[in-house]
Design a protein. Sequence first.
Length: 365
Amino acid sequence: MRGVKIQIVAFLAFFLAIAPAVNAQLQPGFDKTEYKEMLKMAVSVADTPWTNQRFIPEQFELAYRSPVTGLENRWDLWIHNSERIAAISIRGTTGSSVSWLENFYAAMVPANGSFQLTKNQSFEYQLASNTRAAVHVGWLMGLGYMAEGIQRKIDSCYALGYRDFYLTGHSQGGGISFLLTAYLRMLQINGQLPQEIRFKTYSSAAPKPGNLYFAYDYEIMTAEEWAFNVVNTADWVPEAPFSVQTVRDFNKTNPFVNAKSTIKKQPFPKRIMMNYAYRKLNRPTKKAVKNYRKFLGGTAGKLVSQSLSEFKPPDYLNENNYVRTGSTIVLYADEQYYDKYPDNPANVFMHHMAGPYLYLLEKLP
């Protein structure tokens, strides 16, 4: 293990030696070339089910590949071959049922808290300032197993003069990249990570990571175009997980908070009709959230415990209001796209692969 660490430091030192004397700084704004490199490194891992060919970044070299942790989570550290820029790429879902379980473990938990990973390791996290912010428990768990290793490598790169980091991932890796971005930026806000480090995020083909209040905080933290969510409109993955909005998901000041008292003030016939309509509209969403919490939290959590017996999750919330998060770059699937990539029910990942994303990327102005 010590020998591997020495090799990593030597590798980084080599790139530091050949880098320009003045660091090239990351700039805000979406850049097609940058995203193309991020997509290539995100899908260069050959064991993801949507990869039908190997993609190799042109400007980066692989410096480190983490061990597999949690439910088959893994991440890579890439180093730019001429500038002092590093990239952290989160692996997406593999073909195993254990890896897919992390996606289906989709109950919501608070965006701030802690839980037990093993008997000797806990994960304390803060992903938002808003106490109502909530996120996907499965991907948060995946982050928990990787966070310490990622932070150590950032510290090592920082000691060698690196100040610029890309954060990226495709599919499940894209979902986790939202949470990683929030985690690292909150460390900076709390003085636990140097303020001068610049993070720029490209979440690719990512599912929805959390609720509206998490999205609000994330978008404030990454304002001025420092994070992007790139989606193909033909891809179903960015539409997941299932989302249900109830009257409890609104801000405290809203027209629904006093609905029952307002209905009581209505004349008798009208009051009966309005009560009936309110119950018919309100009860199904509450029941749906209860069922999602039961199956995507309780049932899925029991299956997780079979693989990770020492993992102890935080309490699940009675909420399932997942929303699209971040500044979205829309890769629009037009008629020409469907001529080239027609829908195929036998291949549900057809529109999720790197090829269609790269094809639509080239059509952007």
